[in-house]
Design a protein around this ligand. Structure first.
Ligand SMILES: [Zn+2]
Length: 279
């Protein structure tokens, strides 16, 4: 059974990034496709323009992002709802076979704050199975759909063998969340690094459409600060957003800015969590 207490957090003792690195960068994509708009309102499946925009994550987003990551020789973490893995196995296989990490992102992109703990556990298991059917491995990381996380969620994740969560915002360095099943590593985020805050312009919700240059400025200044303070920069993207032609060019420029330093560790969420568990 789970309680409603906020999990205790612990800083990592005498923490240092590996091999003299000054900071870490986790490039993440949330491959929501149609699950996001269905979770928002099942009626949206009748909205062909909204469906087509959501599906562009699969038709153009993921292929463009994979091509760019290949050119950059970088590995990323793709958080995939179980339904998306069931609908588009070839796409999810293409991500997995390119060597990227597949993380858990609900089954139908559920906000767990709106469902019972029993339902949350069922969904967690269902999503895990869908991903495992493709990768043959248990997924180790979870990112919360709609940033919905219950106080009991970290314990549930740990109970099911997860190593880390990638949804909380208490620090810009990884930290431990104490649960009754042991510590879960928090690979923190900030909404500053979320492309939804820059470009959320789905036909059914959202109306933010900054220029790519605005996002570039926001993200480079955040990265520069985090590098100075030896933290972690998590970039949260959606393939239907940053897989667009203009955004791919901006992403290339952003990565070039980060790569000008030889002390930046680009890593997947799983690699970072495994490393941090030593502290
Ligand atoms: Zn999502």
């Amino acid at each position: 059974m789970y309680n409603n207490e906020i999990p205790k957090t612990k800083q990592l003792k005498e923490f240092q990034w590996p091999n003299g690195s000054r900071c870490a960068v986790a490039l993440t994509w949330h491959v929501d496709a149609e699950s996001g708009i269905i979770a928002d309102n099942p009626e949206n499946m009748k909205h062909l323009a909204a469906v087509s925009e959501a599906r562009s994550a699969i038709t153009i987003g993921v292929p463009n992002v994979l091509e760019e990551l290949d050119k950059q020789d970088l590995k990323a973490t793709f958080f995939v709802p179980g339904a998306v893995a069931d609908w588009y196995p070839e796409t999810v296989k293409s991500i997995h076979f390119a060597g990227h990490e597949i993380g858990h992102h609900g089954y139908m992109h559920e906000n767990v704050l709106k469902i019972s703990e029993e339902e949350e556990e069922k969904i967690l298991i269902k999503g895990m199975k869908s991903i495992e059917n493709i990768t043959g491995e248990k997924t180790k990381g979870w990112a919360a759909p709609f940033w919905g996380v219950k106080t009991s969620t970290p314990a549930l994740l740990k109970k099911h063998g997860f190593l880390y969560d990638n949804s909380l915002m208490q620090d810009y360095r990884p930290y431990r969340l104490e649960t009754v099943h042991g510590d879960l590593m928090e690979i923190p985020i900030s909404l500053i690094g979320d492309d939804s805050q820059q470009f959320l312009f789905f036909p059914v919700f959202g109306s933010v459409m900054n220029t790519a240059q605005h996002a570039y400025e926001t993200w480079t200044e955040e990265f520069d600060g985090i590098r100075e303070m030896q933290g972690l920069f998590t970039l949260i993207q959606h393939p239907n957003v940053t897989g667009r032609p203009g955004k791919i060019q901006m992403l290339r420029k952003l990565i070039a800015h980060m790569k000008q330093y030889d002390d930046v560790w680009f890593a997947t969420g799983k690699e970072i969590a495994e490393y941090c568990m030593k502290f």
